[in-house]
Design a protein around this ligand. Structure first.
Ligand SMILES: Cc1cc2nc3c(=O)[nH]c(=O)nc-3n(C[C@H](O)[C@H](O)[C@H](O)COP(=O)(O)O)c2cc1C
Length: 168
């Protein structure tokens, strides 16, 4: 059941954004969404893909469907009505830290949305279907943004449909 909580002056929905970003692209998108939705935000941290060999390990793990260890997420998922999860696409799949997080956390807020960034050479719907398979319920909404669009200065109207779904 979807329950708004009473916060401060009025009735507000509590939204959490959790995302993984290796090179900062998804980070940018997460920040834009955070401003629009007035959400709490926390990165999913995973040391395995940092540094020189990080790219190689990322591609290898993604292809092998190997899931990495993650650092603990501080946010308490039970405090939120909505969760937006985000990450990049790796070898046509959602990045392994995002998959690992969802696999390990099945008690999620009632409404879950997805944002993915990608280089533009894979159909994001395949990665979306992969995420959907890891969730206990249906995704409320998804948005896919290419790294090129973000680098050129994404216009907020490109996100407006997604933002509307989660703005309460
Ligand atoms: C290991 C690896 C595999 C990738 N595979 C794909 C892919 O299959 N399709 C695609 O469009 N982009 C692919 N990319 C590009 C990333 O999805 C894109 O650069 C993304 O925006 C990076 O996000 P980040 O900076 O938040 O880590 C890949 C990147 C990496 C590191």
């Amino acid at each position: 059941m979807f329950l708004p909580v009473l916060q401060g002056k009025g009735i507000m929905t509590k939204t959490l954004i959790l995302y993984y970003s290796r090179t900062g692209t998804t980070d940018k998108l997460a920040m834009l969404l955070q401003q629009e939705l007035d959400a709490d935000i926390e990165p999913i941290r995973c040391g395995r893909y940092a540094g020189l060999w990080g790219y190689v390990r990322a591609a290898y793990d993604s292809l092998k469907r190997r899931l990495p260890d993650l650092e603990t997420v501080n946010a308490n998922l039970g405090d939120y009505d909505q969760l937006l999860v985000g990450g990049p696409i790796w070898t046509s799949y959602p990045a392994t830290p995002l998959r690992a997080f969802l696999k390990a956390n099945q008690s999620l807020p009632d409404r879950v949305g997805l944002f993915l960034t990608y280089g533009g050479h894979s159909p994001p719907e395949k990665a979306e279907a992969d995420i959907q398979g890891l969730l206990p319920g249906p995704l409320e909404g998804s948005v896919f943004v290419s790294a090129g669009d973000l680098a050129q200065g994404l216009k907020l109207h490109q996100l407006s449909e997604f933002v509307r779904m989660f703005k309460r």
